[in-house]
Design a protein around this ligand. Structure first.
Ligand code: NDP
Ligand code: 2IT
Length: 453
């Protein structure tokens, strides 16, 4: 069997063994197809069954979370933690609270995390977790009771040298606070078992900003390869949460014009640019009042497109140079990619995890649109989580300037690694292949070194 046939047979077996987990299948196929040229060079990976092992989580924890709402009604949700790979360090990755969460989704996110964390160059294994709990419309007390119930099971599976969760969709500063409080209360130790903590109780400066800033630094590296910069570029961003907010801030600081933001109800289009006081308004709207993005359109008298993502209205935008999807998986469909390319799109840089469907990625690459895949472009968040762990171990905290500088260097290095690997393995300029190969290699070599497990 040659390497291509071998890879296809492994994918087939994974699909049979994990029925219905379509996002997991999608993520596995992309990585495994990308590393085929590497397998030809290093057949020892095939002999040691690295592909079969790396696609099987080391451990999956699934649990009941029972909690009471403000009216005394009892609710039951499902909690997950997938501890995917510990070859490079403690399991590390976020928690997602969203009604769409199921095992296959957590497995796709945990699988992607393996290669992302590897690319950061830091000592980080990979995991992901979450729940189908929907924080939207819940009171603070309900969210607190849910987080406490969730941690009352999760605490026994995590720890600063075992598994270190953080935020993701639906899990931000408030939830990390409640989760940390409950963890500390149970284990009777103040320790860094979570990242994304507030600065006053062990967090890192720049962690809130890290994913959005990192995506923008990665975009700068991508544009540099064509002698361009962010200045005056028209940028469409989706989402209005943590990643979107700080991507919007950094793009504006670098002179780009952010023309869209969205939430699950619709998109606002502000051709003047969402910056300064308007950006502050979004921060207050989303993080304090927890309102809907539609209110921005009412406040500033701009267009609102109900039920639409920015990509679906690409033809209505005067111009779109850069797409920054920062909401969720598979949000950019093939027809959206076509519309954006027709409208002069130059680059796509993924803030969300796997936001472009495979057909859209293919179109971007075929049309020479610069494409920054999620596991490389959004690694700044987990990278600064890694730096938060280092600071916790040392029991000290760095300045914002120091963390930001390290983040910049890490993003630059990730781009360089992906760029070089793409070139070395016969796909120059293809950062999908480059990021997958570079991320995979470090983990696969560590797994070979550590024996059979
Ligand atoms: P938030 O919960 O802070 O924000 C998510 C935003 O995306 C909200 O505006 C939300 O709208 C929107 N959204 C979520 N799901 C959907 C959906 N199904 N359809 C349309 N809009 C949706 O999450 P983050 O900003 O933290 O995460 C955004 C993305 O970035 C995710 O893919 C996450 O995995 C990824 N990421 C996050 C990192 C981090 O450090 N936080 C690090 C790396 C990647 P609404 O409020 O209406 O639901
Ligand atoms: O997808 C991601 O990389 C995250 N949600 C951040 C994970 C982390 O541990 O900071």
């Amino acid at each position: 069997m040659n390497a291509e046939e071998y890879v296809e047979s492994v994918i087939q077996k994974i699909e049979e063994k994990n029925p219905g987990e379509k996002e997991f299948h999608q993520a596995v196929r992309e990585v495994l197809e990308s590393v085929t040229p590497l397998l030809k060079e290093k057949p020892e990976y095939m002999k040691a069954k690295i592909l079969e092992r790396i696609t099987e989580p080391e451990r999956v924890v699934m649990f009941r979370v029972a909690w009471e709402d403000d009216n005394g009604e009892v609710h039951v949700n499902r909690g997950y933690r997938v501890q995917f790979n510990s070859a490079l360090g403690p399991y590390k990755g976020g928690l997602r609270f969203h009604p769409s969460v199921y095992l296959g989704l957590v497995k796709f996110l945990g699988f992607e995390q393996i290669f992302k964390n590897s690319l950061t160059g830091l000592p980080l294994g990979a995991g992901k977790g979450g729940s189908d709990f929907d924080p939207k419309g819940k009171s603070d007390s309900e969210v607190r009771r849910f987080c406490q119930a969730f941690m009352t099971e999760l605490y026994r599976h995590i720890g600063p040298d075992t598994d270190v969760p953080a935020g993701d969709i639906g899990v931000g500063a408030r939830e990390i606070g409640y989760l940390f409080g409950q963890y500390k209360r149970i284990v009777n130790r103040f320790e860094g078992a979570l990242t994304g903590k507030a600065y006053e109780w062990g967090g890192s400066l720049i962690r809130p900003e890290a994913t959005g800033y990192g995506v923008t630094y990665f975009l700068e590296e991508m544009l540099k390869t064509r002698g361009e910069g962010v200045e005056r570029k028209v940028v469409a961003i989706s989402g209005a949460g943590n990643v979107a907010q700080y991507a919007a801030q950094k793009v504006s600081q670098l002179g780009g014009i952010v023309v869209t933001l969205s939430d699950s109800d619709g998109t606002v289009y502000d051709p003047e640019g969402i910056k300064g006081e308007k950006w502050e308004y979004v921060m207050e709207l989303k993080n304090v009042r927890r309102g809907r993005i539609k209110e921005y359109a009412e406040e500033y008298g701009v267009q609102y497109y109900p039920g639409k993502m920015p990509w679906e209205i690409a033809e209505k935008l005067e111009k779109i140079d850069i797409a920054m999807p920062c909401a969720t998986q598979n949000e950019i469909k093939e027809q959206d990619a076509k519309k954006m390319i027709d409208n002069g799109l130059k680059a796509v840089v993924e803030g969300a995890n796997m936001p472009s469907v495979p057909g859209a990625v293919r179109l971007f690459l075929e049309n020479s649109v610069l494409f920054g895949p999620a596991k490389a472009a959004n690694a700044g968040g987990v990278a600064v989580s890694g730096l938060e762990m280092s600071q916790n171990s040392m029991r000290l905290q760095w300045t914002a300037e120091e963390v930001d500088e390290r983040l910049k260097q890490i993003m630059k290095r990730i781009h360089e690694q992906a760029w070089n690997a793409a070139k070395e393995y016969g796909s120059p300029g293809n950062l999908v292949v480059g990021a997958n190969i570079a991320g995979f290699k470090r983990v696969a070599d560590a797994m070979l070194d550590q024996g059979l497990y």
